[in-house]
Design a protein around this ligand. Structure first.
Ligand SMILES: Nc1nc2c(c(=O)[nH]1)N[C@H]1C(S)=C(S)[C@@H](COP(=O)(O)OP(=O)(O)OC[C@H]3O[C@@H](n4cnc5c(=O)[nH]c(N)nc54)[C@H](O)[C@@H]3O)O[C@H]1N2
Ligand SMILES: Nc1nc2c(c(=O)[nH]1)N[C@H]1C(S)=C(S)[C@@H](COP(=O)(O)OP(=O)(O)OC[C@H]3O[C@@H](n4cnc5c(=O)[nH]c(N)nc54)[C@H](O)[C@@H]3O)O[C@H]1N2
Ligand code: SF4
Ligand SMILES: [Mo]
Length: 898
């Protein structure tokens, strides 16, 4: 498509979380990109969170992978597409010929579009002939998938977002929706404002921002959810708060589930095991028992566990017992993480599934799919799941792997093992949109993919809504859409039926397959059925409005599943699954006495390859951190604001200690976002244990035994620099993108500034004549320096032995100036702003760039009591609303007696 053919305003879908908000993107005449919410999109109704709003800051081409590259003897060079495709196709073909199809693998992602995902799965399972295709959804949704399949007979999310608004009780289990599903959370906030009788219960070991609207927060002991929901099931039966008719007509297996649940003991035993107040536990059980319209939404606190699938089923069991499913305002609700976690499941992206919700272990369905694809070599047994896959690579059993749209050297558990695996692997291929990732550093072939805004296709969100992602930017460099790269390799390997002329043709095949042999001749009827979308002309596909599946015939989408009480098991009944509670895989001991819990922060997305480019998104949490209870910090000899090392049996990381206030004793929390590109040693995956759930294969990301100890350094410092710097001298460093500069936080062991030209060496200023200013106080252990070019600041460095470094935000302002005057230079060296009050503190409201100190001052000065007053006064909280929980926490703090 020529750029001129691209319309100026395009409706598309946000590429981040599974809420799947509609976005309107407008490219102005000057090339500037304006992003706004799409009021017509059913999922978001015009809302965007701060990540979505900042999408415009992430589409620049700096750092993008724009040409195919080959690494030969450690050296990376550009290659033609022809050569790169040949390298992949020949490599795969040779290894398959020599060692069989199971010696190669694909490791893909819930961030691929459905069309990309469909051809990847077809290529592997139908043509290579192995089910060795797994996805990062293994790390995310696989416990939910397993739970759904066991309970319902198919991987089905029964409800829709509207149910959150219609419910009288919303239970959020292991979900920090305020930060991870922000616009859906905002819908909930508004619904609760409109109907204050609606109750919200949060079950999470941490007191998160999501607890802001909670009527009850149960800070359960990590890993004990199955006890809690087993206890609830037993309670519901004892109190006769169950729907006996629904149980009799539509379910099977209650007695076994009850017997398993009884093992947890009585309510007091459960409270003790879960370490919650028995009164509060009883309050939750009573509330659940007496409220008909209950939604129980769950995410990674549930799925990412060695009993993840059982956690899911223990929740679903309670909904089956009460018959609260398939009707408005009720149901178990698995919130998906990635934008296309659902689409990936529809095309069978997991190693134990087939396309279109067909089953790999069902010979009839295998044959059906083989016929549909005219596949020469159908996979006939499950492939390796993510963690096993990387172990098989290290063991030399899998000799070639093609990684697409995921960064496993950061995101897998025991991430150092993953690195060892890739280093041993004969052929590592990576398709990505950026060049500098930890995974790309271990790849032999790099394939440049089109990114959001450039590519076309569909995604499916948490409520089964299929939406179009549409291109509005021209394809940069030589980048190609993922589907095309896969088809090119497949064709080069001699496989037929990979000559699609666009995503529309792939979608059409996918839609036809969903109806193929579906429910005919006594075959299983698959609920995933979008045959009504098959046969659409290309223009129809291009104009496709968001639509929820199933779509059996055009214009007939279904909002909720199971409305008739019929489930997907052959007898139409849902299953209670007996869930015997068990402790996490690795217990604490004297050497590793604390639980490491890992998760997300509000303004970053995963390994930061995209959100990390947006200065707006860097301000909220500019550094990796270890959140812990002050008493634990005291006990283990570490201090807030200083660095500490977190060590497990698998690895170690370093980050700054903080007391966020939300964490109970015995646990520490770290964000997942920092990689080898953004920190010297804060890649938390290296510490995480590789235990997985035996049913789903999902890793236990939320529970690793660790110890925390001081990371002794002689000085702390920071650098703001217009260009990236190699910081080999520092004992520890982290980086984020600022507005016109990169901000490095660093710490060192060598005595700072003792050697001549120490600062110059650190900032790589080689020119003797350079405009260089510096000041040092050896006894005080202080050093400050700045490098100017043509009067403009190029970089500055501040070092101190004490915790007295100046505010970064104030110095950032220097980078906006065209030239620094004598006064500015003096201020730089004095490390103090001329006008006080310029330090706004860490950013709370990213949309309007309002810092914590500014909010605190406004609250005090104007006697503000409510969040809307803060918004009226200083705008904070007035756009996406994601920071409102933090503003309310500041209001609450201010209201406390001094
Ligand atoms: N800002 C932002 N949003 C995102 C993402 C992102 O990277 N950044 N990623 C997206 C993706 S892919 C995903 S999967 C989702 C994840 O969304 P969430 O699951 O909401 O986020 P997490 O922070 O991973 O973890 C959720 C909570 O689980 C709690 N938890 C830990 N252990 C337990 C336990 O044993 N029981 C219970 N009940 N809770 C526990 C943690 O304390 C944490 O607060 O977010 C999506 N949205
Ligand atoms: N410790 C710990 N680890 C975790 C988790 C946790 O809670 N704790 N959560 C897990 C979960 S739920 C998830 S979902 C994973 C996420 O982990 P990853 O999937 O590894 O993280 P991302 O940074 O999203 O990686 C996506 C990659 O795809 C690239 N990319 C973006 N768009 C495209 C495209 O269109 N095509 C191609 N080919 N590439 C593209 C990006 O540049 C990036 O390198 O992390 C998991 N790991
Ligand atoms: S809530 Fe935010 S990250 Fe999620 S889809 Fe909407 S705009 Fe994107
Ligand atoms: Mo995820």
């Amino acid at each position: 498509m020529k750029p001129s053919a691209i319309p100026t305003t395009v409706k598309t879908t946000c590429p981040y979380c599974g809420v799947g908000c509609g976005v309107k993107a407008q490219v102005g005449a000057d090339g500037a990109l304006a992003i706004a919410g799409d009021a017509d999109h059913p999922a978001s109704q015009g809302r965007l969170c701060v990540k979505g709003s900042a999408l415009g800051e992430t589409v620049g081409l700096q750092g993008r992978l724009l040409a195919p590259m080959l690494r030969e003897e450690g050296v990376l060079r550009e290659a033609s597409w022809d050569e790169a495709v040949g390298r992949v196709a020949d490599g795969f073909a040779r290894i398959v010929a020599e060692h069989g199809p199971d010696a190669v693998a694909l490791y893909v992602s819930g961030q691929l579009l459905t069309e990309d995902y469909y051809v990847a799965n077809k290529f592997m399972k139908g043509f290579i002939g192995s089910a060795n295709i797994d996805t990062n959804s293994r790390l995310c949704m696989s416990s939910a998938v397993a739970g759904h399949k066991r309970a319902f007979g198919e991987d089905l999310v029964p409800g829709c977002y509207e149910d959150f608004e219609l419910a009288d009780l919303v239970v959020l289990v292991g979900s920090n929706a305020a930060w991870c599903h922000p616009t859906l959370y905002q819908r909930l906030v508004r619904a609760k404002e409109a109907r204050p009788q609606m109750k919200v219960v949060v079950i999470d070991p941490r007191r998160t921002a999501t607890c802001d609207i909670a009527d009850l927060h149960l800070p359960i002991k990590p890993g004990t959810d199955v006890w809690l929901f087993n206890g609830l099931l037993a309670y519901l039966v004892q109190q006769k708060a169950v729907d006996s008719r629904f149980i009799a007509e539509h379910t099977a297996g209650l007695d076994d589930a009850l017997a398993a649940a009884a093992q947890g003991g009585n309510l007091l035993d459960v409270a003790r095991t879960c370490r919650v107040d028995p009164q509060q536990l009883l309050a939750f059980y009573e509330l659940f028992a007496r409220t008909e319209q209950v939604v129980s939404a769950f995410t990674m606190g549930v799925n990412q566990s060695s009993s993840g699938a059982d956690k899911v089923n223990s929740i679903i069991n309670c909904h089956l017992a009460t018959g609260r499913i398939g009707r408005p305002g009720m149901g178990p609700f698995s919130l998906t993480g990635q934008p296309n976690a659902m689409g990936g499941r529809e095309v069978g992206g997991l190693a134990n599934m087939l396309a279109a919700h067909m089953e790999l272990d069902d010979a009839g369905q295998r044959a059906l799919l083989q016929a549909f694809w005219a596949a020469p070599r159908m996979a006939d047994k499950p492939g390796l799941k993510a963690v096993d896959l990387f172990q098989a690579i290290e063991a030399g059993k899998v000799k070639a792997v093609w990684i697409m749209a995921t960064n496993p050297l950061v995101s897998l558990p025991d991430a150092d093992q993953a690195r060892r695996a890739l280093e041993k692997c004969e052929l590592v291929v990576a398709s990505d949109i950026v060049l500098g990732t930890d995974t790309n550093a271990s790849a032999h072939v790099l394939l440049p993919a089109l990114g959001w805004g450039e590519k076309d296709g569909t995604v499916t969100n948490s409520e089964r809504c299929i939406s179009r992602q549409r291109a509005f930017l021209a394809a940069p460099g030589q980048a190609r859409p993922d589907w095309r790269i896969i088809c090119d390799v497949a064709r080069r390997m001699g496989f037929r039926d990979f000559d699609f002329d666009g995503p529309h043709a792939i979608f059409d095949e996918h839609a036809r397959l969903s109806g193929y042999g579906n429910g005919v001749d006594g075959g299983r009827r698959r609920a995933f059925d979008i045959r009504g979308l098959a046969g659409m002309p290309r223009a129809g596909y291009d104009a496709l409005d968001p639509v929820q599946w199933p779509v059996r015939s055009r214009g007939e989408p279904t909002v909720r599943l199971f409305a008739d009480g019929r489930f997907a098991h052959p007898d139409g009944r849902a299953r209670f699954v007996p869930t015997l509670a068990r402790a996490p895989a690795h217990a604490l001991d004297a050497e590793f006495p604390l639980v490491l819990n890992t998760g997300r922060v509000r303004d970053q997305w995963h390994t930061m390859t995209r959100t990390g480019r947006a200065p707006t998104l860097a301000q909220h949490v500019p550094e990796p951190f270890i959140d812990m209870h002050p008493q634990d910090a005291l006990l283990w000899g570490v201090k807030a604001g200083e660095l500490a090392r977190v060590t497990s049996r698998w690895g170690a990381v370093v980050a700054r200690v903080q007391h966020g206030g939300g964490i109970a004793r015995g646990s520490v929390f770290m964000p997942i976002h920092w990689s080898g590109q953004t920190a010297s040693d804060a890649r938390v995956g290296a510490v995480v244990n590789p235990a997985v759930d035996p049913v789903s294969g999902e890793p236990e990301f939320k529970h690793t035994p660790v110890r925390v100890e001081p990371f002794g350094v002689n000085w702390y410092g920071f650098i703001l620099s217009r260009v990236a710097l190699p910081l080999l001298e520092a004992a520890h460093w982290t980086r984020v993108q600022g507005n016109g500069f990169i901000r490095y936080e660093l710490a060192g062991r060598t005595p700072a500034a003792q050697a001549a030209d120490w600062g110059r060496a650190l900032l790589r200023v080689e020119d003797e004549e350079a405009d260089w200013i510096e000041v040092e106080d050896r006894n005080g252990g202080m050093y400050r320096a700045a490098h100017l070019v043509d009067g403009r600041i190029e970089a500055c460095l501040f070092v101190s032995r004490r915790q007295d470094l100046p505010a970064r935000a104030w110095l950032a302002g220097m980078f906006a100036k065209e030239a620094l005057g004598q006064g500015d230079r003096l201020q730089l060296l004095s490390g103090r702003a001329k006008e006080p009050g310029l330090d706004a503190g860490p950013t709370v409201c990213s949309c309007f760039g309002v810092g914590r100190k500014t909010i605190e001052i406004a609250i005090r000065r104007h006697g503000l009591k409510e969040a809307p007053q803060v918004t009226a006064c200083i705008k904070a909280g007035g756009n996406c609303g994601s920071c409102v929980p933090e503003i309310r926490a500041l209001l609450a703090e201010a209201a406390l007696p001094a």
